[in-house]
Design a protein around this ligand. Sequence first.
Ligand code: SF4
Length: 465
Amino acid sequence: MATEQRAVKKAKGPEPVKIVSFSSLTEKVGRFNLRNKTFLIPQMNRIGGHLLAATFRSFGIHAKVMDTYKGLGLGQEYTSGKECYPCQITTGDILYHMKKEKERLGDAFNAEDYVYFMPEADGPCRFGMYNKFQRIVLDTLPDLSRLKIGSLTTKDGYSLRGIIEEEKVRDIRKASYLSVVVADILDRLLWRIRPYEREPGMADEFIERSMRVMEEAFETCGAKKEFDRILDKLEELIEEGKDIIDPAIPRKPLIGIVGEIYLRTHVHANQDVIRVLERYGAEVVNASIAEWVNYTSYDRLREAKIALRLGLKSLRLNSLREHLRSILSYGGELLYQEYRQKQVYRRVRALIDLAEDHKVGHLEKILHEEDLFNFDVGTEACLSIAGIVQYARERFNGVVNVYPFTCMPSTTTSAIIRPLMNRLRIPYLDTPYDSSTQPGREAAIRTFMYQAHQHFKRHGGRFHD
Ligand code: SF4
């Protein structure tokens, strides 16, 4: 090397280390065929994760739900602290699971035998970056760099194309959606019966057992599309669960929960906020998971309609066929999902008065009527803001917004909804969470519940018509 070149190199310093390989973000994050792989599902919502895994197993995919929260220390080690809390937790979950697999299998461990499931959302939010960030972390660990991340995206309404044989895509989607709705129902059943249980612990024990029964039902009947058999089993469980309610205990103030989907459903991450509310005399209804799934289909349909209108206005006729195809596809999906959800709730609500789910079209209408927000902005704020108004209209006695500390859509929700709740004089509480325990949190919940009891005394509730 010429002296001059050496001098230039020295002046520039050492070659930079390549931290991110962009091809890795496309080659090892995406939709992969799951045959002969172990499909690792994170445990956001316990029942939902287990029923989804059972559904996948019924289609011959070796799906497994990972333990959660045990690897939080690892998650914190590999994150900077600026990431959203769910990103820390899920990073820890996958690293912990892999660590345990390596210990279990020793030399036989091969990261290529697994696909780790981490979906994403588009829009002005960081959820779309979790799997990219986790890809970078995995790529820095030599024995995990070949672990693929299976990602479904809201961009195509969580299409399952490519993960299984084409002729089974439609069926696995239908069965998976049913598993989401049934998991929502079991959660709602727990929140309906636990505040009124005859003996402490009965409801938790019953729901845990019910989850196992439904897992078996999905594993046996999911791929065969024997949905009626699955629902028959669910009805049997509801009949049994009803008996846990002690009729001598009067109805309690009803509290609605909205917020960021991961935090509001992950009981470790939200420090079991529902149980704490119940301890201070609440009956709780949390926003459902199916609501988010319906929202993604609804939003894709809405966008396709907008694109069609723009195409017509600007006379870009060659794109019209594609927009029409999208409208038919997303419209069909949404129609099916809403039909199925309604059918399940109708059967269940004939047995017990569980809260019905919100229809996304209705939530958008509420935002227009109240002029509070717009679906064009996107994110969960659309659902949370409208969901709170709907809770108020349904005479709930208070609302809690549960979210990760610094979460953008939930902070937006709080800013928009607080003045309205003050005006309506309905108790409202923000509960941002991270891995620390806030000293005043329980006192805040107790005060909130005091207000909710007052509201219940003065105005009654959903159950007093
Ligand atoms: S919704 Fe909140 S927690 Fe989730 S990625 Fe967006 S900002 Fe982060």
